[in-house]
Design a protein around this ligand. Structure first.
Ligand SMILES: *Cc1c(COP(=O)(O)O)cnc(C)c1O
Length: 377
């Protein structure tokens, strides 16, 4: 990347990898199942607008966001596909949803009443998807209260139930199989309860990335992949499903800003946490925890320089990180440093970083902050 005129730290987003991952999902579920591409949280840190543009060009039928605000961002960028607001909407946002053609997920009668009223004021009938809580214990109408809820919904004449959905708590965890089966059964009963009340939901959907691979019986007629689209699989899919051919979409890059030899016995960085045991060539890299390069990677993170692995030494600070490039032949000022990605037969995955710092790969890519420019290739 051309890095003159700005700090040489950037996240590269590989659009072809995104498109290829999307095609794997499409082929897995076949023609009869819609694919709703989940773009919440700025597409897990990858850039929602650019990802939406590419996926739209590659045939994505629906997009999912968490917040209406995220849907508005996509509409403002010219995205015309149906957009589902997976986490619903907040008091005062019914109008925003209607005016931007966003389909909200609903589960609270007070908010549903507000939406119905706003739709009536506009002379329209608004589509909603009802979320059923089949065992996650989070958003949604409890499965044992669905019949009552469906009956109550009939009073809202300016709303149409376009979809019924649920979300799995542990589709990736084989030992939670009984809960997952219960969730599928409860969902089917919930759909039957809506039908019994005279609703005809077009879309029935349950499956996140893990369930798309582990639970084909749970595809319904729409699936909702997020993580696999971004090539995040190692801590997302059930162990038996991890050999899928997904490619990581994000890589993280910087350049050596300063090089110095530190003699044996001296320490580097805050807190004297690293002491050179022999003369050490220390490279300063302009990335730190404000960029989402986690402080928990202090003395534990890895980088690749000139195709050679190098380790993080000392504490990661807010804007800067030190790596040991003693063993990198020819290491020079300005050399590219890969902090997430692959080169020279070595790979640093979001899953590996997540394992090092004790989290999930999603939190790694979501955590790369807005200060790091996304470069689309
Ligand atoms: C985030 C989310 C998804 C996508 O989950 P992945 O594990 O990333 O595939 C699907 N459905 C809902 C309701 C979500 O909130």
């Amino acid at each position: 990347m051309e890095t003159t005129g700005k700090r040489p730290t950037w996240a590269e987003i590989n659009r072809d990898a995104l498109a290829a991952n999307f095609q794997i999902v499409k082929q897995r579920v076949g023609r009869d199942v819609n694919v709703l591409a989940v773009l919440k949280a700025n597409a897990y840190g990858h850039g929602a607008v650019e990802c939406a543009r590419r996926l739209a060009a590659d045939g994505a039928g629906w997009f999912g966001v968490a917040l209406p605000e995220e849907g508005v961002e996509l509409r403002d960028a010219g995205i015309t596909q149906p957009i589902l607001c997976l986490a619903g909407f907040w008091p005062g946002q019914a109008e925003v949803c209607l005016d931007h053609g966003l389909v909200p997920v609903v589960y609270r009668l007070d908010l549903i009443a507000a939406l119905d009223q706003a739709a009536r004021a506009r002379g329209i009938v608004a589509d909603v998807h009802v979320k059923v809580d089949t065992g996650m214990g989070r958003l949604g109408v409890r499965f044992d209260e669905v019949a009552e809820f469906a009956a109550a919904l009939k009073q809202f004449s300016n709303l149409r139930v376009d979809g019924v959905m649920t979300h799995f708590a542990a589709a990736d965890v084989p030992s939670c199989g009984p809960l997952t089966s219960d969730q599928i059964d409860r969902f089917q009963q919930a759909v039957a309860a809506f039908r019994a009340q005279g609703f005809h939901p077009t879309h029935q959907h349950l499956a996140n990335s893990a369930a798309i691979f582990a639970q084909p019986e749970a595809w319904g007629n729409m699936v909702r992949p997020g993580g696999v689209l971004y090539g995040l699989t190692g801590d997302i899919l059930a162990p038996a499903d991890r050999r899928q051919e997904f490619q990581p979409v994000m890589s993280l890059h910087s350049r050596i800003a300063l090089l110095k030899w530190v003699p044996a016995g001296e320490t580097v960085g805050y807190g004297c946490t690293f002491e050179a045991s022999s003369p050490t060539l220390v490279a300063t890299i302009p990335i730190g925890y404000d960029d989402g390069y986690r402080r928990a990677l202090s003395n534990r993170g890895h980088a690749i320089v000139r195709g050679v692995p190098a380790t993080v030494i000392g504490r990661v600070s807010m804007d800067l990180t030190l790596i040991d490039v003693t063993n990198v032949p020819g290491a020079s000022l300005g050399d590219e440093v890969i902090l997430l990605g692959q080169a020279g037969g070595h790979a640093i995955t979001a899953e590996a970083i997540a394992a090092t710092v004790g989290t999930l790969s999603y939190e790694v890519t979501c955590g790369i902050s807005a200060r790091v420019p996304r470069v689309y290739v």
